[in-house]
Design a protein around this ligand. Structure first.
Ligand SMILES: [Zn+2]
Length: 327
């Protein structure tokens, strides 16, 4: 009876579309809530949402006595459900929940999520996305580019480099830049090959220092990228040794991360996101004379833990990011 009523509501042939993706044990905590509502009496909800890589649909049966059936359909904006990307359906026990991670749909543009439940629902749905729906740009304006991440064996932040990069990527994704990390780790002998026997990356201070010391270290690092203008994050021990060696190299379009900046403790990823901000926006810190930036993220790393990126800075950064070569 319940099945008949559900199929009456959704005329899509579920066998024609792929299963949307795996069921998760828990609702995600690191994504944005794109939509969250009670399921209406009509039992059908249609929402337009954007997502870059992660879209999750959570349904909770809030009826303590009755089981219910649900069906989630993801389809193209302007398309019909008969040409759905994917379908996910099942049953929920009284007070049961389900969390579906949408895999079988091309994210990166808006999609339609349709949720249908069986009769007499008392249920709530929440759609999670990795794009912040409060932002003033559309899903189509999100810029997706590779971010090369090089980790040398003796880098001070070697053991936590991925956490720093992932958090930094989250900060910039919120601003509409979706970096796809491409990780490459270098062994001790590879580190010696690229940085020399001292295994230190020679950093520079100002244009006059560009050709001092073993400046070729930076050139060899740059040559690890598929294109010289690609963005890279380089975890290395530098000749400066300490967070003073953590800096942006606009000449070679890469950032060097030695030790993390202390303020007393920077939030994980803040320093990497800040240095990427110098590649995307340019020199200077928010609040300094003649610096146009308005983001907390671009306040000096020794004085601020803020990670917000303003709408105007985000727009400018997206324009710059669009010039990063692919791949
Ligand atoms: Zn800075």
């Amino acid at each position: 009876m319940l099945i008949a009523s559900l199929l009456f509501v959704c005329s899509v042939d579920a066998s024609m579309a792929l299963d949307c993706g795996p069921k998760l044990d828990l609702a995600p905590t690191t994504l944005y809530v794109a939509k969250s509502q009670e399921i209406p009496i009509t039992r059908v909800v249609t929402e337009r949402v954007g997502a870059s890589r992660n879209l999750v649909v959570h349904i909770a049966n809030e009826n303590k006595r009755s089981a219910m059936l649900y069906q989630v359909i993801v389809h193209r904006v302007g398309g019909s459900i008969s040409s759905a990307y994917c379908v996910s359906s099942g049953g929920l026990t009284p007070s049961g929940t389900v969390t579906v991670k949408i895999k079988e749909a091309p994210l990166g543009d808006d999609v339609i999520v349709q949720i249908t439940t069986s009769a007499n629902p008392k249920a709530k749905y929440t759609i999670y996305s990795d794009l912040n729906a409060q932002r003033d740009f559309s899903t189509r304006e999100v810029v997706r580019r590779n971010l090369y991440v090089f980790k040398f064996k003796n880098a001070p932040l070697a053991s936590t480099s991925r956490a720093h990069v992932e958090a930094a990527i989250g900060i910039w994704r919120d601003a509409g830049i979706d970096f796809q990390p491409v990780y490459r780790d270098f062994s001790d002998s590879e580190t010696a090959q690229i940085l020399g026997d001292d295994r230190l990356l020679t950093v520079f201070f100002g244009q006059s220092g560009l050709e001092l010391g073993e400046w070729q270290d930076r050139e060899r690092v740059q040559n690890l990228k598929p294109k010289k203008e690609s963005f890279a994050v380089v975890f290395a021990r530098t000749t400066f040794q300490g967070f003073g060696g953590t800096r942006t190299d606009p000449y070679r379009v890469q950032i060097y991360i030695d030790e993390d900046v202390l303020v007393p403790t920077a939030p994980v990823g803040r320093t990497v996101a800040h240095e990427l901000g110098h590649l995307l926006l340019g020199e200077g810190h928010t609040g300094s004379p003649n610096v146009p930036w308005t983001s907390g993220l671009m306040e000096a790393g020794t004085a601020s833990t803020f990670i917000d990126v303003s709408a105007t800075d985000a727009k400018r950064a997206r324009t710059r990011a669009a010039q990063i070569p692919t791949p």
